[in-house]
Design a protein around this ligand. Structure first.
Ligand code: DGJ
Length: 732
């Protein structure tokens, strides 16, 4: 790995075994992009890749030169107003109303390691030699603003991270009305673009479409990354599939409003822009102040989509998630929400906990309904003290009893929200996001606390801090059940109203950081009506996320398959629930529900009190099975094999790091009569070794080239709609 600056050619070359990224100082001092892709050999100059030609209706930078125009030059943090007519990376509004700027190269530095981003989530290194960083400093002499473009190249991964930082060093106050994390110009547009779209209950379905000329984009203006779009896009070559071909993934480490946009120009260049959504955003910078954009993680793969995903999985498991829970086995939990909703008392909780213990559950989680006047969703949010009528022993009394059973104890909170029927709101009606002269939209009868305010932040911090210090809590599920509206803060002056969304999320991060630092033993799971805030920003603080409120095993195949494009298995909370399923009324077997949920952080969300002795026995065995193979599910290499978006036969596999154990999940959606025998080729096995499957021996190469043969007649009565099989292969 190296980052090199060639003084003569003014080029920066970033390369490792997998990729090269070549940028240069353009004749006007801006930064241009010459190449990003598979590793190419080192040479002093790639300047020939700059387009220098005369074209009609073009604005040129220099009066005596009709070849250099920003419109036809690929840039690395694009600037509008001086010849590039596409949407830019940033925009500065100066005091005189001008939106022009001209950032000229000033200096650079290259150093080992990766700096952290103050107040923002980011991937990190543990040793300096894991990465090198290039920082390029540019200056706009009129507004007296500095821009620092930061690139970190990982040594043994096809990964580059980028971010931008603005600093105001002049007297003049400037306003940033757009400050994306990156733009990147690629020389052609022969790509399909991939994104993860959906809605509540069907989050992160895979969407793939060929690029067309003009703009295509996804975004969130909801105050959180949202169920509808994940802050991730990828560009793949049309022929790229799960296992072969070129793809570049872009993942924004941020949990608030975002834009991910692709613009194909009439000249078939492709500009990727990603960062905080510019709509509704404005940030005032006074002298001496800094604005830091969130981080983008770019993964280059020429091993198809699985190749890209495996890089994201490794990076996010080991260099984004932090703390003791990063490498620890995640406890198998039982959550009482689907069993009880708000309808519980201490006796019911203890009876369920005891039953949970009897089948081997490791963590009992008491969900919504334990605090204030929270007997329904009209009341209680904001009052983070126990409801003693329901739970006379208090949280600590219950925690103690559960600990005495030999289980861990977890609790649900939703600290960012308030109901009007709460002590907190009655005392502080102006603490919600709202405009005093306008109506207030509610969602699930709740309102968003104006966490951008210091007094609100302090109140919530103190309430949650007290809760965690006074009670023996091992796990917290941090929920967030609405999107933000009327994002106006009565606390801030008019010049700062464009900052509210971002200030809000910065204080969510600050709250998380304070709590995980003070209570490092607690495992946090983030949640937002299921997977409405399943993003890398959250994973930096909470090692796992509740994947979706939809727990139907068949629907979950699509949700988990899509989520796995970026996120590792152990980041996905996956629970077995009751049937008929609460969301879709579908009936599936207990086996199928577990066979899907094993591929995640495993748990249960059902009423064990109603389970038959046979079911309890089966659950016991499932828990034992997951415990035996947890290291494979949580630390192994996961590979998608057959997609639920395309086939009625779905498959995925996970291989232990030492290649000894392979677990294949096979799922039948709708079966057919007189069906075709199918083969499923496995991936990433030890090709020189033999593996044992159902007492028969197969070589690794055989399993990868010929595959496992699925014969309807051998499956007999288990071959039916929504059936599933788990194959365990052990190396001999
Ligand atoms: C939404 C979550 O996704 C559910 O799992 C549950 O915790 C409810 N909120 C509780 O209100």
């Amino acid at each position: 790995m190296a980052i090199i600056f060639n003084e003569k050619t003014k080029e920066f070359h970033l390369f490792n075994d997998y990729l090269s990224y070549v940028i240069c100082i353009l004749p006007n001092g801006h930064i241009g992009n010459l190449y990003y892709g598979k590793r190419v050999s080192e040479k002093s100059s790639y300047t020939y890749l700059l387009e220098k030609r005369q074209r009609p209706l073009t604005a040129y930078v220099y009066e005596d030169d009709e070849t250099f125009s920003l419109q036809h030059t690929r840039q690395d943090y694009a600037c509008y107003g001086t010849g590039d007519f596409s949407q830019p990376a940033f925009e500065i509004i100066s005091n005189d109303g001008s939106r022009l700027s001209d950032f000229i190269f000033d200096s650079y530095r290259i150093f080992d390691g990766k700096p952290s981003l103050k107040g923002l989530p980011h991937v990190y290194v543990e040793k300096e030699n894991e990465a090198q960083t290039l920082e390029i400093l540019l200056k706009d002499t009129v507004s007296k603003t500095q821009l620092c473009l930061s690139y970190t190249l990982f040594s043994n991964k096809p990964v580059i991270t980028r971010n931008a930082r603005f600093a105001q060093f002049g007297q003049e106050k400037i306003r940033l009305s757009r400050a994306l994390s990156m733009t990147l110009d690629l020389p052609d547009s022969d790509y399909d673009w991939i994104h993860l779209d959906g809605a509540w209950g069907r989050e992160r379905h895979i969407s793939i479409n060929p690029l067309h000329k003009g703009i295509q984009s996804i975004y969130s203006l909801k105050g959180s990354s949202s169920s509808e779009h994940n802050p991730f896009i990828a560009l793949k070559r049309p022929q790229t599939d799960e296992h072969h071909g070129e793809v570049i993934g872009f993942s924004l480490v941020y949990s608030g409003n975002f834009l991910a946009q692709i613009d194909v120009t009439p000249f078939e260049q492709t500009r990727i822009s990603m960062g905080i959504h510019p709509d509704g955003f404005e940030w005032q910078l006074n002298m001496g102040e800094i604005f830091q954009t969130p981080e983008i993680v770019m993964v280059y793969s020429d091993n198809g989509l699985n190749g890209m995903s495996q890089v994201f999985h490794e990076l996010y498991s080991k260099r984004l998630v932090r703390g003791v829970w990063r490498d620890k086995k995640r406890p198998i939990l039982l959550n009482n929400w689907e069993a009880m909703s708000f309808d519980f008392n201490e006796d019911k909780i203890m009876a369920l906990a005891e039953k949970a213990k009897s089948v081997g559950v490791e963590l009992f989680v008491m969900d919504d309904g334990w605090f204030g006047a929270r007997n329904h969703d009209y009341a209680g949010l904001g009052d983070w003290f126990v409801n003693k009528e329901k739970l006379p022993s208090g949280i600590n009394g219950i925690a103690k009893k559960i600990h005495d059973f030999g289980m861990l104890f977890g609790l649900w909170i939703e600290p960012e929200m308030v109901n009007k029927d709460s002590n907190l709101f009655r005392e502080h009606p102006d603490w919600i996001l709202h405009h005093p002269k306008r109506s207030q939209s509610h969602s699930r009868h709740q309102f968003t606390l104006d966490l951008s305010r210091e007094d609100v932040y302090q109140n919530i911090y103190q309430q949650i801090h007290r809760l965690l210090s006074e009670n023996a809590i091992d796990y917290i599920k941090w929920d967030m059940n609405r999107y933000m509206t009327e994002a106006f803060s009565v606390y801030y002056s008019k010049n700062h109203q464009g900052e509210i969304f971002h200030r809000y999320i910065l204080n969510v991060y600050r709250l998380y950081e304070a709590l995980i630092t003070e209570f490092p033993h607690i495992l946090f799971e983030s949640c937002s009506s299921g997977g409405g805030r399943f993003d890398p920003g959250m994973l930096y603080y909470a090692p796992q996320t509740w994947t979706s409120d939809n727990t139907d095993a068949i629907e979950r195949l699509k949700i988990q398959y899509g989520t796995s494009l970026v996120y590792p298995l152990k980041s996905m909370g996956c629970h077995v629930s009751d049937v008929p399923n609460q969301q879709v009324r579908r009936l599936t077997s207990l086996d199928t529900r577990a066979n899907v949920a094993y591929f995640g952080s495993f748990g249960y969300e059902l009423d064990l009190m109603k389970a038959t002795p046979d079911e309890l026995e089966k659950i016991k065995k499932q828990i034992k099975f997951y415990q035996d193979y947890q290291h494979v599910f949580q630390e192994g290499h996961f590979t998608r094999l057959l997609s639920p978006f395309h086939h009625d036969l779905v498959a995925w596999q996970v291989v232990s790091k030492d290649l000894k154990t392979v677990i294949v999940g096979i799922y039948h959606l709708l079966v057919e009569a007189n069906g075709v025998s199918k083969r499923i080729q496995l991936k990433g096995l030890d090709k020189e070794s033999n593996y044992l499957l159902n007492e028969k021996t197969y070589s690794g190469s055989e399993l990868m080239s010929i595959g496992i043969v699925i014969k309807e007649e051998e499956l007999k009565e288990t071959y039916q709609d929504f059936s599933s099989h788990l194959l365990i292969l052990e190396r001999k």
